[in-house]
Design a protein around this ligand. Structure first.
Ligand code: MF3
Ligand code: CO
Length: 251
């Protein structure tokens, strides 16, 4: 069942998503050589709590952090800790916050100091693929119209989309129906309806799309060891263009 949010629920989700987006921005500003991923995680945690919200990821299926911090070949679910960032790293930060019972979920990849032009292109293409996808996040289209647009843009730029993890509905639960893959033929899956809320999150690899989960059960790396990037926003389906909910403005 895909939940359709009421106006009252959407007001709460807007607030949850603003907190989440501000936490992502705060984390991005901390990315620099010498900082540890654990320090960023602590700042994200303390900020979310200071806003009267709860970190959605903390203890989710046993996850030990408030943020996922995924460096270089780590695609998603990097566990924060003692690792020090260094010049040239690319750092994906994924955060979620739960406010008055509703979740926001968003992610972005940040450059640590000077990075290679190809790494910067990976970050740019990943972010743009989200915007290409949500051109189809409109009432009347189907979920896989988003998926197809993301994949087409990424592959036209010579990169690949991860298959093993997908976007999702978001709301009272961090993960709701429907699944929102970043690949596939158009015209499939549920039809999009006003007041659905989705987390659209392309994960893009520089090399092949295969990934592997490390023995900690979380850390997901590219199978070929090449770089990966991630970009995610929680969005609202409307009468017209999708509304991006995870924007920090007005918090
Ligand atoms: N944005 C990710 C997702 O939607 C983050 C989940 S991390 C977890 O799946 F720790 F909460 F699992
Ligand atoms: Co998500």
């Amino acid at each position: 069942m895909i939940s359709i949010k009421t106006e009252r629920e959407l007001e709460i989700m807007r607030k949850a998503c603003k907190i989440t987006a501000a936490a992502r921005a705060l984390a991005g500003e901390m990315v620099r050589p010498g900082v540890t991923t654990g320090e960023i995680d602590k700042a994200v945690h303390d900020f979310i709590v200071s806003q009267g919200a709860k970190p959605s990821f903390l203890n989710y299926q046993g996850y030990p952090g408030s943020a996922c911090i995924s460096v270089n070949e780590v695609v998603i679910h990097g566990i924060p800790g003692k690792r020090e960032l260094k010049e040239g790293d690319i750092v994906s930060v994924d955060v979620g916050a739960c406010y008055q019972g509703f979740h926001g979920d968003c992610a972005a990849t940040f450059a640590c100091g000077n990075i290679s032009p190809e790494a910067q292109r990976l970050i740019n293409v990943t972010k743009q693929s989200f915007f290409e996808g949500i051109r189809f996040a409109r009432q009347g289209y189907r979920v896989s119209d988003i998926s197809h647009a993301v994949q087409a843009y990424v592959e036209a730029n010579g990169f690949s989309v991860v298959r093993a993890f997908v976007g999702h509905g978001v709301g009272e639960h961090l993960h709701e129906e429907p699944s929102v893959p970043n690949y596939g033929a158009p015209g499939k899956g549920p039809r999009l309806v006003k007041n659905m809320t989705l987390a659209v999150e392309p994960m893009v690899n520089m090399g092949t799309y295969e990934v592997r989960v490390l023995r900690d059960g979380w850390t997901t790396v590219t199978a070929d060891g090449k770089l990966a990037a991630h970009y995610e926003n929680s969005i609202l389906i409307t009468d017209g263009e999708a509304e991006i909910l995870t924007v920090p403005e007005g918090l």
